[in-house]
Design a protein around this ligand. Sequence first.
Ligand code: NDP
Ligand code: MG
Length: 379
Amino acid sequence: MRRLSILGSTGSIGTQALDVALRHRDRFAVTALAAHSNAPLLFEQVRRLRPAMAGLVIEPPEIPADLRFCDWVFGPECLVAAARAPVDAVLVSVVGFAGLHGVLAALDARHAVLLANKEPLVAAGALVTQAARRAGKALLPVDSEHSAIFQCLQGAGENRPRRLLLTASGGPFRTWAPADIAKATVTQALAHPNWVMGNKITIDSATMMNKALEIIEAHWLFDVAPQQIEVLVHPQSVVHSAVEFADGAVIAQLGTPDMRLPILYAMAYPDRLSTGGAYLDLAALGGLSFETPDEAKFPALSLAYGALAAGGNAPAVLNGANEVAVDAFLQGRMPFGGIAALVAETLARVPQAPTDSLAAVVEADGQARRQAQALLPVG
Ligand code: NDP
Ligand code: MG
């Protein structure tokens, strides 16, 4: 029986994690849950799963009488409390930089971290990977591409990969003309062809900033140089990523586009359990296609390589500026075409600095947010 804590239980990843945990009640006990403000859904989850602890960042007016059996924590500290609860693993599926303290608290408490929340690893890669090494605990990837790479590396022994082939669907605008992409609406940008996800990552997929974040994520998770990470556009989202070895062998992981697979793989690692989803029918698919990404159309990709080359605070600045830009776009405050440009401009304006402490990372994130806000169109 593996005891789990879930930070961000009310989101797209969080609810799918609970779905597979309930499917395998004999394997998982969910003992802590935390979310931001969705009290009605969290109450329903607490009613079903009966965790020992639950928390919300925004305190609701009241706790229903039948749910007072569990320890409730409110305010941002609920993430840290859930991360430190007595469990075997902590799934971090909060969105954005806000998950960083939870990730670090879980590692500090010597818990394995199942990481969906990529932004903390992007912003604070050195700190998070050092904390995992210090704890002697795994950082198990939940992001589908990184889970695929992790699966492909099982059994590789001492053989280091020559290249990581990070696949990308290309998002809804892959075939659009640049002038049309620049003025894409929120509804168009939220219509992802293959995946149903939270709003932030869906917009990131449309700009390909998601792939940019994933390049940085892969660098930290697998300790490979940026030039060993190649993005491959694969519109069907069936090959979730691949690894190339010295002898030319390419090992890939395939499956239907269903996040329950990488979530459950991390939860049950090294075991494989049924997700309840469909099995892959390759003959029915007929063909799979691959293409090189168009970096001129999707400038986010080169921003990621640039931020890795610059090092220090650059990845944190890229991430912080992107969070501001995505929010502003979703609120109708800036055009879609301005997102990558705002991130590039913020990177150019925030002075380079090292990020060798948590305080330095938090400062880099704050500086990026203030600079990006100042660059937003007025109105
Ligand atoms: P959602 O927006 O669907 O869910 C976000 C979750 O985090 C919710 O539980 C939300 O609570 C909580 N939350 C939001 N803001 C805060 C905050 N400031 N403090 C604490 N909790 C907060 O996001 P997704 O599930 O789509 O994504 C979660 C993470 O996983 C992201 O980092 C994303 O990049 C990554 N990921 C997601 C994939 C997907 O398929 N969705 C695939 C691969 C990676 P509430 O509901 O109360 O607001
Ligand atoms: Mg991904």
